[in-house]
Design a protein around this ligand. Structure first.
Ligand SMILES: C[C@H](N)C(=O)N[C@H](CCC(=O)O)C(=O)O
Ligand SMILES: [Mg+2]
Length: 359
C-alpha cells in the first residue's frame, strides 16, 4: 500500500449560530480536508481548521505546509508508518494544524491497512461518549436562552465563553448559574481574556457565591505560565490549560510547576494523533486528567479526536468535541454518530469516514 497522491479540498459549512469567543467571531466553518490516495485504491481522510488567533495558521499557510511535506510522503509504504510520521514533523516547525490534517489521514490509512477501526488500533475499547456544548459569549439574556436550549437538547455540561471583561463575566456566570439547575455542570473558557489578578478576584468572587465551576479554562495569556501558577495557588476552581499547551515540552513545564489541574488536548495543537496520545500519557505520569477539545472544525478531525478519546479513556475523562453539532450541515459521510451530547463510534475500519459529498 504505497502513497500515490495527496491533495486538499476546502470544506465550507454554515454554522447554526455565530461562534463567539473573546478571541474571535466565526460565522461559517472554512477548513481544509486532506485526501491521501494509495496505489491499491485506498483513501485516507484528514482535516484541519486554521485558527489564526491560536495556532497562527490560515488556509493558505496550511496548503503551503502540506505542499512542502507532500514530496517526502509520496511513494512511501503505509507500513513504513514511523518514517511517514517523521517526515510530517521534520521539514517545517509549527504549522500544527496542517501536520495534524496529514497525520489524521495517515492514521486512517494505517488502520484501514490493518482492517481495524482506528480506536482499536490505538488500543481503545470505549465507543460511547458525552460531550459538552459551547455557549458563545454575548449578552446575558441571549447566553441564558442558549444555555436553556442546550439543556433542552440533553446537554448536561455547558462550556461558557467569557473573557471580554471581568465585571461583565462575573455577572454572566452568576446569572447563568442561577438560571440553570445544579445538575448542569459549567465549564468556563476565558480564552486568555484576563490578567492573573483579575482571574483570582473573579473566581474568588463567584466561589463566595457558592459557584464552583467544573474548571476555568485558559484565563490568562498563553505564555503567562507564572500567571497560571499564581491563580492555581489562590482559587478552588480547577484550572485547565488550553492555549498554553501545544507540545510535550509546554506540558512538562506546567506539570512540573504544578501550575494546572487539567490539560486540554487538541489535535490541531499537538500536530496530530501521535503527540496527542503522548500528551495524554505524559499527563497520566503526573496524575493529571485531560479533556480532549477541538477548534471550530469539521467532522473528519473531530472524529479523529473521538478515536483518541477512546484510546486514552482512562486519562481523557472530559470531551469538548461539540464542533460537529455547531454546524447547520456538512458534506462528510461518517458512520460515527453525533447525537447532540452523545457521540457513538462505529466499528467501520479507519476513522469511519466513507466520503465527502463534493468529491
Ligand atoms: C469548539 C470548541 N468547543 C471550543 O470552544 N474551542 C475553542 C477554540 C475554538 C476556536 O476558536 O476555533 C477553545 O477551546 O478555546
Ligand atoms: Mg479553550
Amino acid at each position: 500500500m504505497k502513497i500515490s497522491n495527496i491533495h486538499t479540498t476546502l470544506l465550507h459549512a454554515p454554522l447554526k449560530n455565530p461562534f463567539i469567543t473573546s478571541l474571535r467571531r466565526v460565522d461559517a466553518l472554512e477548513d481544509l480536508v486532506v485526501i491521501i490516495e494509495c496505489d491499491d485504491g485506498s483513501v485516507g481522510y484528514g482535516e484541519g481548521a486554521p485558527t489564526p488567533v491560536i495556532t497562527g495558521e490560515t488556509i493558505g499557510s496550511m496548503k503551503a505546509a502540506i505542499e512542502l511535506i507532500k514530496p517526502f510522503l509520496i511513494g512511501r509504504e503505509i507500513d513504513d508508518f514511523d518514517t511517514l510520521l517523521h517526515h510530517v514533523h521534520s521539514h517545517i516547525v509549527k504549522n500544527t494544524t496542517a501536520k495534524s490534517a496529514l497525520e489524521i489521514a495517515l492514521y486512517d490509512l494505517k488502520a484501514k491497512s490493518l482492517s481495524q477501526p482506528l480506536y482499536r488500533m490505538l488500543g481503545g475499547t470505549k465507543k460511547s461518549f458525552e460531550t459538552d456544548i459551547t455557549i458563545s459569549m454575548g449578552e446575558i439574556d441571549k447566553m441564558i436562552a442558549d444555555c436553556r436550549d442546550a439543556v433542552a437538547l440533553g446537554y448536561r455540561t455547558l462550556k461558557i465563553k467569557i473573557g471580554d471583561g471581568p465585571q461583565k463575566d462575573i455577572e454572566r456566570i452568576i446569572a447563568i448559574d442561577a438560571a440553570l439547575g445544579k445538575d448542569i455542570a459549567l465549564r468556563l473558557d476565558a480564552n486568555q481574556g484576563w490578567s492573573a489578578k483579575q482571574s483570582v478576584a473573579l473566581l474568588q468572587g463567584i466561589e463566595k457565591q457558592g459557584i464552583i465551576a467544573e474548571f476555568i479554562e485558559q484565563p490568562v495569556a498563553a505564555d503567562d505560565i507564572e500567571g497560571l501558577k499564581y491563580i492555581k495557588e489562590r482559587v478552588e476552581t480547577p484550572l485547565l490549560a488550553d492555549e498554553s499547551i501545544f507540545s510535550l515540552k509546554d506540558a512538562r513545564r506546567l506539570l512540573e510547576m504544578e501550575a494546572i489541574d487539567y490539560v486540554n488536548i487538541k489535535l490541531a495543537k499537538t500536530a496530530g494523533i501521535s503527540q496527542a496520545v503522548a500528551l495524554a500519557d505524559l499527563s497520566a505520569e503526573y496524575g493529571v486528567k485531560c479533556m480532549i477539545g477541538c477548534m471550530l472544525e469539521g467532522p473528519v478531525s473531530v472524529t479523529a479526536g473521538v478515536h483518541v478519546a477512546s484510546a486514552k479513556a482512562d486519562i481523557i475523562t472530559m470531551l469538548d468535541l461539540d464542533a460537529v453539532s455547531l454546524l447547520a450541515s456538512h458534506p462528510v459521510e461518517t458512520s460515527v454518530r453525533y447525537e447532540e451530547s452523545r457521540i457513538l463510534l462505529s466499528d467501520d475500519i479507519g476513522l469511519g469516514i466513507s466520503g465527502i459529498e463534493s468529491l
